[in-house]
Design a protein around this ligand. Structure first.
Ligand SMILES: [Zn+2]
Length: 226
């Protein structure tokens, strides 16, 4: 064998080896089915062959939680896009609630991406480094589409974290508080420094001494603007 032939054989061997190792992650599983339920802005139920139902969590995005502003719009947006339609699900994994994670395609449209473009969901950066989703959120914010039309919306993951806190601000408002009770406690006051942090700040709920407070208390944090 001459050098070239040897190289060719070697190249084929590497290709073969490569495809054997890559076969699993590269060839993603695709499931076709009909959307028979939409639970919220980022999860749905798919009816697939064998009359089986699959709970799906849209991967890489996070829609406002029920109880948050815009959650109903997000749910309606996803319904408009997919409910009752035949779709393909590109499976990417399972989430910790055993729901199937994936990307939904409906009539050639990537529904996950579409929802972020329309300002109906956030790019779920903690679990996704998808550049298209990142750019879609930047564009939606710039256009003030959907949830970005409002003032400084709270990311759903922060909202969930807040709900888990024992003295969480969401849920039962203190007795005697009016409907503005929610915003009256939407900030965090560092009671040592008297600095007030908004919910996007890294110090929100994280200072050693502190409590939830209203927008008028303390001095605005230099970092987040309070
Ligand atoms: Zn701050």
């Amino acid at each position: 064998m001459d050098v070239l032939a040897t190289r060719r054989v070697l190249f084929r061997f590497i290709l073969l080896l490569g495809s054997a190792f890559l076969a699993e992650p590269v060839v993603a599983e695709t499931i076709n089915g009909k959307v028979v339920g939409v639970s919220d802005g980022d999860s749905l139920t798919l009816l697939i062959s064998g009359n089986r139902q699959v709970k799906v969590r849209l991967d890489g995005i996070d829609a406002p939680e029920s109880g948050q502003e815009f959650s109903q719009n997000a749910k309606e947006g996803l319904s408009r896009l997919v409910f009752g339609r035949e779709v393909s699900l590109r499976v990417t994994g399972k989430d910790r609630y055993e729901r199937t994670l994936g990307v939904i395609f409906v009539g050639g449209v990537n529904a996950n991406l579409q929802l972020v473009r329309q300002g109906l969901a956030w790019h779920f950066k903690k679990y996704s480094d998808d550049q298209e989703l990142a750019q879609a959120e930047i564009d939606a914010r710039a256009a003030r589409s959907g949830l970005w039309a409002g003032f400084d919306p709270m990311p759903p993951w922060e909202y969930r974290a807040l709900k888990k806190r024992p003295q969480g601000i969401i849920g039962s408002a203190p007795a005697g508080s009016d409907s503005s009770g929610a915003t009256a406690t939407a900030f965090w006051l560092n009671t040592s420094s008297n600095a007030r942090h908004n919910s996007s700040c890294r110090w929100f709920g994280e200072t050693k001494r502190g409590r939830y407070c209203g927008p008028e208390e303390g001095k605005a944090c230099g970092e987040c603007g309070g």
